[in-house]
Design a protein around this ligand. Structure first.
Ligand code: SF4
Length: 688
């Protein structure tokens, strides 16, 4: 028994399943994950976790894990040794670069990978290859929120911590299925509601769990959040309920902004959103009279053609009511992936070096040129969306995708996979032979979080360390090691022996992370950026003003035009989002037996009214057609959706993927796909 005890290992890690960033000890014996045990020291979650964090780890031992690199030979893959695969990748990259130039290659980093790995992906792209064509999947989710916050308050992250959300007098969630997408954070809200009388207002198309607990719940018509937000702000100003002292002292651009609000009358808002104006006025008055208001939002806001502008409208409202610069208030875009914050923070973006410093800024570029010993490209590169378009336009012929199943998660996947087929060189690095990997020329087997060291940054800008619970599955390697091997083969010997050295380099080059080090992150310690050189971090942003020259925030004028509508032919609107049990495309959770037994596949939610109209029964099979493609699924009749709204969970393991239906429309300011704006018509395949 003693021997057995000895083989049991306890290692601290950080969950990979959402942006809350729960940390806990993983108990392992050999390769078996025995249990997950949160610690009271866990900064984001204390002793809580949710079903994914607790039970979602079987996939690390899945038989489907890749253990040999694969190279395409005709229609099939051949297993090869690592040195052959790396040499092949380097050779082909060299050829393409020599023939077509560095900008013919594109790099996609993973929001599931560590900060250090995101740093290396952009370093590979910029230093070794010489292109700014590097991006990550925040383009698919929260780029619009980042944009909206940058425009107004200068930092793209959450204003405070989960503690601040818990402390607020009024929490408003917009387009967020908080209980299923950010379960532990949602429980903090539930607790504050119960114990401290915190008020919760929910705005969403679908009646999620949080809606049933809310003090007020509204279902604005799809794509109209910008309108009610602006109308409420206008009403507050018209009634003289704004925070005048705050506006005078800390905010620029008032007059122009106020003028832009003219069209947003209560009548107009009520008409477009479908919410009675008396109710909107009450919401406005409640916001204005609450001491501390925190607004949380997610994909229901961002994945629209006006996602950046709607995020901006949220920040405008918070500025007008003085809800920044103090505990318990502010803007909280809830990050989806565990490291979607960090992946952008550490520079896998076409226009930014790590820490959101522009590639176009000569001084910044010089700093990196000196450190890396090469000239670096100035002009912003292509984002994810532009890369796919560039392939179709013959302007991009090689792509390197690390840990993203782009062929399922991007919008309009028929268009995306057609692009993959055109590539001269397609490198995919992943745990499994994903749908995307099926199109690859080279597949490199990676190791998941439990098998490596590094850091993740959660939705609170909190940087936390993960330690290695298991050795990499033989044949697989951590992403940072693979990137380093490729760089070396291409003539740049980075020589990192441990991810801590990568962080050291990033911290030395990036003011935002100046004081970040592995020592300061030891065990359950964490740091919330910005981190000064002496290690002082900022759990609550803006205490000293906003990061602009005069320290003042900016009100950003907006207009509105509904660009998207259902038509006579495409008469139904499809909404989509996460479910509790599964994570994104499902490559990990569908391989976790316990979870899959509980929730084996996705479904299509139909309202009672529509079911009656179309004579549909529970369990009927229907086919949906959009202007981009078609998808089939099984009907479930529910009061969670209304009228002509449909809902499909996005986590469906590629079977009836929602992205056969989404098209090429994007947020106009960030190129984030407008996943939430799909019009379809329905055909009944089988009635029951
Ligand atoms: Fe993991 Fe998020 Fe669940 Fe925490 S709330 S255990 S981070 S999925």
């Amino acid at each position: 028994a003693e021997m057995r005890e000895e083989r049991i290992k306890k290692t601290k890690t950080v969950c990979t399943y959402c942006g809350v960033g729960c940390s806990f000890d993983v108990w392992t014996k050999d390769r078996k994950v025995l249990k997950v045990e949160p610690s009271a020291e866990s900064p984001a979650n204390g002793i809580s976790t949710c079903v994914k964090g607790k039970f979602g780890w079987d996939y690390v031992n899945s038989e489907d894990r890749l253990t040999k690199p694969l190279i395409r030979r005709g229609d099939s893959f051949e297993e090869v040794e690592w040195n052959e695969a790396i040499a092949y990748v380097a050779e082909r990259i060299k050829e393409i670069k020599a023939e077509k130039g560095a900008d013919d290659l594109g790099f996609i980093s993973s929001s599931k990978a560590t900060n250090e790995e995101s740093y290396l992906m952009q370093k590979l792209s910029r230093q070794v290859i010489g292109t700014n064509n590097v991006d990550n999947c925040s383009r698919y989710c929260q780029s619009p929120a980042t944009k909206g916050l940058f425009r107004t308050v200068g930092h793209g992250g959450d204003s405070g911590s989960i503690d601040d959300i818990a402390k607020a007098d009024l929490v408003i969630t917009i387009g967020s299925n908080t209980a299923e997408s950010h379960p532990v954070l949602a429980s903090r809200i539930k607790r504050s509601q119960k114990l401290f009388g915190q008020k919760l207002y929910v705005f969403d198309l679908r009646k999620y769990e949080m809606a049933t607990r809310a003090d007020r719940f509204y279902q604005p018509n799809s794509g109209t959040d910008l309108v009610w937000l602006s109308a409420i702000t206008k009403y507050i100003l018209d009634q003289g309920l704004e925070d005048k002292t705050f506006l005078d002292e800390w905010v620029n651009g008032f007059d122009e902004y106020r003028e832009s609000l003219e069209p947003f009358t209560m009548d107009y808002a009520s008409d477009l959103t479908g919410i009675p104006k008396e109710e909107l006025m009450e919401v406005a008055e409640e916001i204005a009279s609450s001491e501390r208001v925190a607004i949380c939002w997610a994909m229901g806001v961002t994945q629209h053609t006006r996602g950046s502008d709607t995020s901006t409208a949220i920040s405008n409202l918070l500025l007008v009511t003085g809800n920044y610069m103090k505990p318990g208030c502010g803007a909280y875009p809830l990050r989806g992936h565990n490291n979607v914050q960090g992946c952008s923070d550490f520079g896998s973006m076409p226009n930014f070096f790590p820490g959101y410093e522009k590639t176009e800024d000569d001084e910044v570029r010089k700093r990196y040129e000196q450190a890396w010993g090469v000239d670096l490209p100035k002009e912003p590169g292509k984002d994810n969306h532009q890369m796919i378009e560039a392939i179709h336009d013959d302007n991009l012929s090689a792509m390197y995708v690390m840990g993203e199943d782009t062929g399922i998660v991007d919008a309009n996947i028929n268009y995306v996979t057609a692009a993959f087929e055109k590539l001269d060189l397609f490198i995919v690095q992943d745990l499994f032979l994903t749908k995307t990997a099926e199109y690859a020329d080279v597949v490199l087997p990676a190791s998941p979080s439990l098998e490596k060291e590094g850091t993740f940054t959660n939705t609170e800008r909190r940087i936390q360390r993960l330690y290695k619970s298991l050795d990499p599955l033989p044949g697989s390697k951590p992403d940072w090691e693979i990137l380093q091997l490729i760089a070396k083969e291409l003539g740049h010997d980075w020589g990192y022996e441990h991810p801590g050295e990568i962080m050291e380099e990033a911290a030395s080059l990036t003011p935002l992370f100046a004081g970040v080090s592995y020592e300061r992150l030891e065990g359950y310690k964490s740091l919330q950026w910005p981190v000064a050189e002496d290690g002082t971090d900022e759990p609550l942003l803006f205490l000293d003003g906003f990061p602009f020259d005069d320290k003042k925030a900016k009100l950003f004028p907006l207009d509105y035009e509904l660009e998207y509508k259902t038509t006579e032919k495409y008469d139904l609107h499809v909404n989509n989002g996460r479910i509790l049990e599964h994570f994104h495309e499902g490559n990990m959770t569908y391989k976790s037996e316990g979870i899959t037994r509980k929730t084996p596949s996705a479904w299509i939610e139909v309202s009672e009214k529509l079911a009656k109209e179309r004579d549909l029964n529970e369990g009927a099979t229907v086919k949906l057609y959009s202007d981009a493609g078609e998808a089939e699924g099984v009907v479930t009749i529910t009061d969670r959706v209304r009228g002509k709204e449909l809902y499909i969970p996005l986590n469906d393991n590629g079977k009836s993927a929602i992205n056969f239906l989404t098209d090429n429309s994007v947020d106009k300011d960030s190129n984030t796909p407008a996943y939430k704006e799909i019009a379809v018509y329905m055909e009944v395949v089988k009635k029951e």
